[in-house]
Design a protein around this ligand. Structure first.
Ligand code: 4AD
Ligand code: MG
Length: 504
């Protein structure tokens, strides 16, 4: 949307209001194609892309346009015409062209680039269609989360990033030297937000969290953003209900407002249309029985065969594209084919890797023992069997955090919940009812080798008017990876931090 002060020129998203009129656009040269007497420039301005046509008769502009490198910044004036074939539906006949800055040779071209190259140019890759679509969806998803909670009367509490102790697993703390004392980057805002919950009843925090996870998986970042609501006088059922409603709202908002962006990402939106309440619920015990069952084994073996067929299909597609490449003459056709070939090759590579680890995953599932945490591959196997998010509750106490409420029915278990996204995405939400009995909590802290001294203020909540309460953490990047249909979380955060790697 144009702001009269911030956007003194017309913006591309508003061109529908200007057919037949002359307007001036400001933006960057996204790409260019030259014929003998004509230059087709695609201009992007952050709100859209417009085809700007410069004819040889417009002397100065034509000479300039022919030699402009990609990503040069420009001010372009011309008449707007509706044209269904043009991206965005409108194009411009250029009458004037001013160069704001002539770019150097731009490293990201129309040629196919590998993901490593693109990630290493993250600061520039932002300008391409795929990252922009993801950034817009991320913004909307975060907004949807906040709106949902705000409308339910939650208060946002900003929790600290420099903290004194472990909020989760002490093995994944990032230490910081704090004036000679040891401090840590926050793994979660939960413990602090629990204190505010006793003051304001329904609260949430939203901020960056840090885990020194030594996992190089497609689900792990060392810095990620988490939304953590916390509700007083709530038990596990209310926590689950909130997670369910929030997830539906986020998915439905993105679907309603970002269908075009999802199309840019090649996301099949049919599975997302099925995301409505209620979501299925199973216990850890049921998840374990499922993993070990003969039925699951047979299904997994059948899936493996089916996917081998998909791989074979991709290999044939690649051969056909390579053959076609030998026959085309025009450079832009070659570029387009090369891009497709590159994409199919990447898909083949991913499938091969996936399939290679599959027998091991099947073995792991079949030999799953009570008391183990569900691993990434276990989550994938279970969540692939559902077409809605799945709640898995009541895990063994030994694999979960110290603050979780011990089950009354079975003291080996805690009242926790993980929500697995469908299509194999696995855990995107983790939460629980909290232990509100000070003695049980103290014992849990000690049994996890944590120092009760670090938690004196947290324990106070159980000394002064302790109430049942609970909440959860929603990992924004994992939620986005699922909604956008992206394999790896690294593309869902502007500047990803992974084990041993920072981009930008
Ligand atoms: O399950 P987790 O560790 O739960 C907590 O941190 C609780 N304190 C939350 C709470 O109850 N208030 O993390 C919650 C979510 C996960 O489900 C996942 O989506 C995300 O945070 N997450 C990660 N995302 C990316 N990279 C990582 N290394 C992540 N670790 C957790
Ligand atoms: Mg978890």
């Amino acid at each position: 949307m144009r702001d009269p002060v911030l956007d003194s020129a017309t913006v591309i998203s508003e061109l529908k209001n200007f057919p037949g009129q002359s307007v001036t656009l400001r933006g960057w040269l996204y790409s260019k194609r030259s014929g003998g007497k004509i230059v087709f420039m695609l201009l992007r301005d952050g709100t859209g892309i417009c085809q700007c046509i410069v004819e040889a008769s417009v002397d100065d502009a034509f000479a300039l346009a022919r030699e402009l490198p990609q990503e040069s910044s420009l001010e372009v004036t011309g008449e707007i015409r509706a044209d269904d074939r043009a991206p965005g539906g409108y194009e411009m006949s250029v009458t004037g062209l001013k160069v704001i800055h002539k770019a150097e040779e731009y490293p990201i071209t129309r040629k196919a680039h590998g993901i490593d190259f693109l990630m290493n140019h993250r600061h520039l890759w932002f300008r391409s269609k795929r990252p922009t679509a993801i950034l817009r969806i991320r913004h909307k998803a975060i907004n949807a989360c906040r709106n949902y909670l705000d409308n339910k009367g939650f208060t946002l509490i900003d929790t600290p990033i420099l903290t004194q102790g472990a909020g989760e697993d002490a093995q994944t703390l990032f230490p910081v030297d704090y004036f000679g004392e040891q401090a840590y980057l926050a793994q979660t805002g939960q413990l602090h937000v629990e204190t505010a919950c006793m003051a304001l009843r329904k609260v949430y925090c939203f901020g960056p969290t840090f885990r020194a996870e030594k996992s190089k998986t497609r689900r792990h970042l060392t810095e990620f953003w988490m939304l953590e609501p916390e509700i007083a006088f709530a038990e596990l059922d209310e926590v689950i209900e909130l997670a369910e409603g929030l997830t539906c709202h986020v998915v439905q908002t993105v679907l309603a407002e970002h269908e075009e962006d999802l199309a840019v990402l090649g996301r099949d939106i049919e599975p997302l249309r099925k995301i409505e309440k209620p979501f299925p619920r199973i216990t850890y015990q049921e998840a374990m029985d499922n993993l070990r069952s003969e039925k699951t084994k047979l299904w997994l073996e059948k899936e493996l065969e089916r996917e081998k067929g998909v791989l074979q299909g991709k290999v044939e597609e690649l051969a056909a594209l390579e053959k076609k490449l030998e026959t085309v003459k025009k450079q832009f056709q070659k570029d387009k084919l090369n891009m497709q070939i590159h994409e199919v090759r990447e898909a083949i590579h991913e499938l091969e890797q996936d399939l290679a680890s599959r027998p091991e995953h099947i073995k792991l599932a079949q030999s799953f023992e009570w008391g183990k945490d569900l691993g990434g591959s276990d989550e994938t196997i279970i969540s692939k069997q559902y077409d809605k998010p799945l709640f898995v509750t009541d895990y063994p106490r030994q694999v979960k955090a110290f603050y979780m409420k011990v089950s009354k029915d079975d003291p080996r278990l805690v009242r926790n919940v993980d929500m697995f996204a469908p299509e194999g995405y696995g855990e995107v939400i983790g939460g629980s009812q909290r232990e509100d009995d000070i003695d049980v909590l103290m014992e849990s802290i000690k049994s996890k080798d944590l120092d009760p001294g670090d938690y004196s203020w947290y324990l106070d909540l159980r000394r002064y008017g302790s109430v049942p309460h609970g909440g959860f953490g929603l990992g924004i990047e994992r939620m986005l990876a699922w909604i956008c249909g992206i394999k790896h979380v690294r593309e869902t955060i502007p500047f990803p931090r992974l084990m041993g790697k920072m981009y930008g």
